[in-house]
Unconditional design. Structure first.
Length: 338
């Protein structure tokens, strides 16, 4: 028994000695392996060990930032990226990743500054150009966004996501044919891209091509049956075709998948009203209002039904819609996409 105990002590001593002999490089690559397995907390500990042994190892700070960002801890990520950049101001990846964390915080101007520095250091990084485009688009700067997407595409024509994002910016400019071409390229590169199919459907619907739009929504739904937005938009196109029963079924599926969305309730109310089911329509609008009391379309459409039925409450509903400053969208398209 004493001999076994001695062997165990010896093994423990050898293990402890081996751990102590790990270099900063060993810890760094251990962190990389842990991060690849999604073990971000453990990866951060490994990077911290590498940093403890060599505080000047910029790559460990940069990768630590990525591990924080993958957990949604963007403040900590940015601190880590900043230290990486302090140690190595030429680290284009750290600048690009810092930009991504800033964008996730809604700090688009700062994000674009970081992306621009990454691009200055490495003009060939297609991903950074694509991310810059997203931040510009999030600010409504779609001309500049498209320029950034085009540069990303020039550097990497196979990135389906960039083609899809370019399509979104083209839609916001009202360039539906060009948008559809971009979505088609995204789909060609990635036929399982449900978002591209759904967005293509929206562009077709905006052109009044409801049959084609429904085909696109159906493909989006086939690829992702849980996409409440695709079901909602399909309901809108069916409503435009006066297929009210089918549209209500689509809205109901959107509601089942995402009960917190107000818009499908508005769409359902529209189809019920179009069928002459005014009481049920008002109930649907009321549910939309319960979910989002700031939705002017729900208030306005409820007001329309009450007014047309000579029922009390229409003036209050219209007043609430005006209060919400929705004059530009009031009554237009009871079938807005989301």
């Amino acid at each position: 028994m004493r001999l076994i105990f001695a062997i165990l002590v010896l093994l423990l001593a050898l293990l402890t000695s081996a751990q102590c002999q790990q270099t900063e490089e060993d810890w760094f690559y251990q962190g990389v392996a842990l991060a690849d397995q999604g073990k971000y907390d453990e990866a951060i500990k490994a990077y911290d060990e590498a940093i403890r042994l060599d505080p000047t190892i910029a790559a460990a700070w940069s990768n630590k930032g990525v591990a924080f960002a993958d957990q949604g801890k963007h403040d900590e990520a940015i601190e880590a990226y900043d230290e990486a950049i302090r140690l190595d101001p030429t680290d284009a990846a750290a600048w690009g990743n810092k930009g991504a964390s800033l964008a996730d915080q809604g700090k688009y101007d700062e994000a674009i500054e970081a992306y621009d520095e990454a691009i200055r250091l490495d003009p060939t990084d297609a991903a950074v150009w694509g991310n810059k485009g997203v931040s510009l688009a999030d600010q409504g700067k779609h001309d500049e966004a498209i320029e950034a997407y085009d540069e990303a595409i020039r550097l990497d024509p196979t990135d389906a996501a960039v083609w899809g994002n370019k399509g979104v910016s083209l839609v916001d400019q009202g360039k539906y044919d060009e948008a559809i071409e971009a979505y088609d390229e995204a789909i060609r590169l990635d036929p399982a891209n449900a978002a591209a199919w759904g967005n293509k459907g929206v562009s077709l619907a905006d052109q009044g091509k409801y049959d084609e739009a429904i085909e696109a929504y159906d493909e989006a739904i086939r690829l992702d049956p849980t996409d409440a937005t695709a079901w909602f938009n399909k309901g809108n196109s069916l409503n435009k075709q006066k297929k009210y029963d089918e549209s209500i079924k689509a809205y109901d599926e959107a509601i089942r998948l995402n009960p917190d969305l107000a818009e499908p309730w508005i769409g359902k109310g529209n189809s019920l009203d179009d069928q002459g089911k005014h009481d049920e329509a008002i109930q649907a609008y009321d549910e939309a209002i319960r979910l989002d009391s700031t939705d002017a379309n729900a208030w306005y459409n409820k007001g329309v039904v009450l007014h047309n039925q000579n029922r009390p409450g229409s003036h209050e509903a219209f007043a609430k819609a005006r209060e919400l400053n929705a004059a530009k969208s009031i009554g237009v398209s009871k079938n807005e996409t989301i």
